[in-house]
Write a protein that binds this ligand. Structure first.
Ligand code: ADP
Ligand code: MG
Length: 568
């Protein structure tokens, strides 16, 4: 038997990294800005814990510069920097992550520092768009600066440099195929997509602003040039819910979706750190027919770096109709979607989100039922879909899901059951819930049912038939029936439900009188009204008698009792 090591040489791996590391070339910028952010956050952390004596942290900004003539892109930070030894260690060793080492070393104090890096591969994504990459870096430690350069072959050069300022400059010599990344508009687009909420300010060029100086008559408008900062380093979801007002949530919605003018219905602030880390804000949007709306999806971030707006597999499907952001370092991102669905953490995250959404809905329902009813039409599709697809959600939503009647009364299922329990059953004593899906088209039967004192629901959402099936199987002794002649006829109204409009005395007199004039075997007399709008009593002719009467063509009006409803 022979054993041995498979020979992995850098020459073989390097081109593979370049080609297959990321399917999307554009993420190189996200990776390099993440490294610049990490370097700055590390310095911040070290100054905070007193491990960087003599260093003034200040207000460091990360800068991106395009050099069109030189076909170069610069990413400059004022972070921790690297010594020559550190360049050897962190850069020359592929897949050695300085970020991970830092977190390991400062385990207890740095766990909330927001450091992004993880795999020790991000830096090399620069070679997807650049032939040659240079690093000029000076550590916060008192050591000379270094200049590293690599032309994409595994050979590199490292020499001393005369950079005085602390921090790192990465220079990409953009290759022929990637010249789009020398275009200002393209860089702006990438920065807005991936870096809009990163924690360190990112500068890309300058912009003009109008500033008013002086007051009253002396007020002057002045054009001034300011840094063009493309990001908001403190997005709402990173703050405590207690520190935010309703208006802040609305403003953040607009910041997330600048093209969306409709206000959200309400928000849900997510905030957990055990057993996994997750923050975010979800919004229930007002449903609209506007197709551009569909494009505004939930965005997934990791430590404030945009990852994707495809949250399939992470958020239960019925909630993908919501908007907003989720930020979690605990979602494994470099893995396939099918793996995601099986991942334990992701499952927990998904059920946490479901629970939070259900709890929020419940609390709006409890605290302001009127408001909840007003919003129902806009939120019902999400809730009904959730009840259909997630049993856990069904259990919770069953307490607040609403069933509107054709007259605009909203019942919960329990309230509806209570309301109709004595008066709307079939011959097997099963509760029959009548519903219509179109008020106008079905108005004849709706009216007939109402005249007889039945409740008719108006259920018009596209998935309602599935939901009714689900309710029929999960609840005992109920069934749904579309309102029509048959379904109305199948109902048996119990007598004790009927409303008496007559006093006991009147009933007594009426009974004796009627007993004398009406042949008992031909008619039934009922001394209660069917509902508050109906006549005080009814005389009913049994079906067979009616038929006989028709056959002999003797006609009605025998007793001249006025309006005499016939019941069969
Ligand atoms: P990761 O960020 O996952 O650790 P990278 O391949 O992106 O891996 O970077 C490798 C390492 O190189 C980083 O962990 C860090 O130690 C170092 N590094 C990269 N860019 C910078 C920078 N701008 N400033 C200081 N150190 C850096
Ligand atoms: Mg990195």
């Amino acid at each position: 038997m022979t054993t041995g090591n498979i020979n992995v040489s850098v020459e073989n791996i390097f081109p593979l990294i370049k080609k297959f590391l990321y399917s999307d070339h554009e993420i190189f910028l996200r990776e390099l800005i993440s490294n610049a952010t990490d370097a700055t956050l590390k310095l911040k952390h070290l100054t905070n814990i007193g491990e960087a004596p003599g260093v003034e942290y200040g207000n460091p900004v990360i800068e991106v510069k395009v050099d069109k003539e030189g076909k170069k892109l610069h990413i400059i930070d004022h972070g921790i920097g690297m010594t020559a030894d550190e360049v050897q260690k962190y850069i020359n060793e592929v897949a050695f992550s300085g970020a991970e080492e830092f977190l390991e070393k400062y385990k207890d104090s740095a766990k909330d520092s927001g450091i992004i890096g993880h795999f020790g591969l991000g830096f090399y994504s620069a070679f997807m768009v650049a032939n040659t990459v240079e690093i000029i870096t000076k550590s916060y430690k008192d050591e000379p600066a270094s200049h590293w350069s690599c032309d994409g072959s595994p050979k590199y050069s490292l020499e001393q440099a005369d950079k005085k300022e602390r921090g790192t400059e990465i220079i990409l010599h953009i290759n022929k195929d990637s010249e789009e990344f020398l275009d200002d508009a393209k860089i702006t687009q990438l920065l807005t997509k991936y870096n809009k909420f990163m924690p360190i300010p990112i500068k890309f060029g300058t912009k003009e602003e109008t500033k008013t100086t002086g007051q009253g008559d002396n007020a002057k408008e002045e054009k001034i040039t300011v840094d063009n900062i493309i990001n908001n380093p403190d997005p709402a979801w990173t703050k405590q819910p207690a520190d935010l007002k309703e208006e802040d949530y609305k403003n953040f919605y607009r910041e997330l979706y600048p093209m969306q003018f409709e206000e959200p219905l309400f928000h849900i602030h997510l905030n957990v750190d055990y057993p996994f880390n997750l923050t975010g804000i979800l919004y229930f949007p007002k449903l609209s027919n506007d197709m551009s709306m569909q494009k505004d999806r939930i965005q997934l971030y990791q430590n404030q770096v945009f990852v994707t707006d495809n949250v399939e597999g992470i958020v239960p499907e019925f909630l993908t109709m919501l908007k907003g952001v989720i930020d979690s370092p605990d979602i494994p991102l470099n893995v396939s979607r099918s793996y995601l669905q099986a991942d334990g953490n992701v499952k927990k995250i998904s059920s946490y989100i479901t629970r939070k959404v259900a709890d929020k809905l419940k609390s709006i329902f409890n605290e302001n039922r009127e408001d909840f009813e007003k919003k129902w039409n806009d939120i019902k599709i999400v809730i009904e879909y959730g009840m259909l697809s997630e049993d856990k959600f069904f259990e919770k939503a069953d307490k607040f899901a609403l069933y509107p009647t054709v007259d605009g009364t909203y019942y919960t299922f329990e309230e509806l059951q209570e309301k109709i329990k004595d008066g709307q059953t079939d011959k097997d004593n099963k509760l029959v819930i009548l519903y219509a899906s179109d008020k106008d088209a079905q108005h004849t039967y709706i009216n007939e049912a109402k005249e007889r004192g039945y409740e008719v629901l108006l259920l018009d959402s596209p998935i309602v038939s599935h939901l009714l099936q689900k309710l029929e199987t999960s609840k005992e002794n109920i069934s749904f029936a579309r309102v029509d002649a048959d379904s109305i006829d199948n109902l048996i109204k119990k007598d004790d439900e009927k409303i008496s409009k007559l006093s006991e005395e009147e009933k007594e007199t009426l009974k004796t009188t009627l007993d004398e004039v009406i042949p008992k075997e031909k008619f039934t007399v009922q001394l209660e009204a069917l509902d508050s709008n109906a006549s005080p009593f009814t005389i009913t002719q049994p079906e067979f008698m009616r038929r006989m009467k028709e056959m002999s063509a003797t006609g009605g009006g025998m007793f001249g009792m006025g309006n005499m409803p016939e019941m069969y």
